[in-house]
Design a protein around this ligand. Sequence first.
Ligand SMILES: Cc1cc2nc3c(=O)[nH]c(=O)nc-3n(C[C@H](O)[C@H](O)[C@H](O)COP(=O)(O)OP(=O)(O)OC[C@H]3O[C@@H](n4cnc5c(N)ncnc54)[C@H](O)[C@@H]3O)c2cc1C
Length: 401
Amino acid sequence: MAQREPVLIIGGGPAGLAIAVSLALKDVPSIVCEAEASLPRDQRAGSFHPPTMEMLTSIGVGHDFHAMGLEVPHWQMRGREDGVIVEWDLGLIADLTPFPFRMHCEQYKLTPLLKARLESLGGKVRFSHKFLDATQDADGVTARIETPGGIEMIRGSYLIGADGARSPVRHTMGVAFEGFTWPERFLVVGCHDDFARHGYTLNAYIADPVDWGAIFKMPHEGPPGMWRVIFPIGEELPEETALSIAFGEQSLQRFQPQSTPYKILHSGIYRVHQRVAADFRQGRMLIVGDAAHVNNPLGAFGLNGALHGAFNLSEKLIPVWRGEAEDSLLDRYVRQRRAANVEFVQAQSIQNKRLLEERDPTVRAKNLDELRRTGADKAAAREFLIRSSMIWSVRRAAAID
Ligand SMILES: Cc1cc2nc3c(=O)[nH]c(=O)nc-3n(C[C@H](O)[C@H](O)[C@H](O)COP(=O)(O)OP(=O)(O)OC[C@H]3O[C@@H](n4cnc5c(N)ncnc54)[C@H](O)[C@@H]3O)c2cc1C
């Protein structure tokens, strides 16, 4: 039966691997094609919200991942001149989740865990398998895949594009990626120097009309860990200059002056987009994760949202593949996750950036005062944490028919 052909997953990133594991746990076979020769090991996302930890635990990788990470039960909103505006305490939502903290761990440590879990269930990632394009018919999808041995035609019952922001699958589907790109780029500088001794929590956001930014402490290769500082840089600054140690040192000194030079470990630069695909499905082809939506990192919604989409899609695809539910259930995935992304991830990440960079002193003072009031009121702070921890967006999606 055509329905029984494996699900073809394009992309061995967090979203693609989480889907493959979820399917394998329910005996739904998949073929994962990853363009690279091994799992990418670059510095990307690394802040995991409570619902994501719960989802990872449900497929048997949460425990090991938790053991590798840093629990961040408090995080701050600061003003460069005002100091701490609010220190949020996730203990206020401890009745709602077994993980009342943000969990910091590099994304590149999660994907090997997912891959090992997939292999333990009999699945496999086909590396150096690059998706080119695909055609679909009433029973399945045939993809053209470039492999070291030449072009292979691989058939699946459904094809999931978990192939990142540039998504060749989305291009094959002919779906527009609607939204915009911010003019400034983001620079991430990683260093060994301990920001906690200056009063920073392991995650903090700093509002300032010019030097706004965000800080995340990552476990790195063990103590003393790595503090990652993210801030904007202008369009005109040459990339080579921005990535130099001298520029990193100058930027960190401006950010938090200290008498000794910073021990810089890493610098990276990236463009930031706010985009959502016009549709996440075309017949038997679907997109998920960054292939379907991208956003700025302020609030740590990118990777978390990608995984929330991956789990939502798996939950629908399993009964559909088994013939226990109508194929139209997949449209519910699209309705739920598109709404969660547009209404929460896009709106909130844009609002977060506007809050940090606000230049009008009156508006800025009003915004920060409002935050202070929210932080001082237990009920309002709890509501704030339910939203910022993405519990609200997962609930909101689940309520959509
Ligand atoms: C430089 C950078 C920094 C980031 N920093 C942050 C951050 O600080 N906070 C945050 O929340 N998010 C951040 N993100 C976003 C976060 O990393 C993504 O949201 C997350 O990786 C999405 O997971 P994914 O599985 O959807 O896509 P990806 O992780 O991009 O995985 C896609 C996979 O598909 C593979 N692929 C691509 N094309 C093909 C093809 N043709 N055939 C087969 N395989 C293919 C790729 O090699 C890759 O392995 C950052 C992203 C980047 C690029």
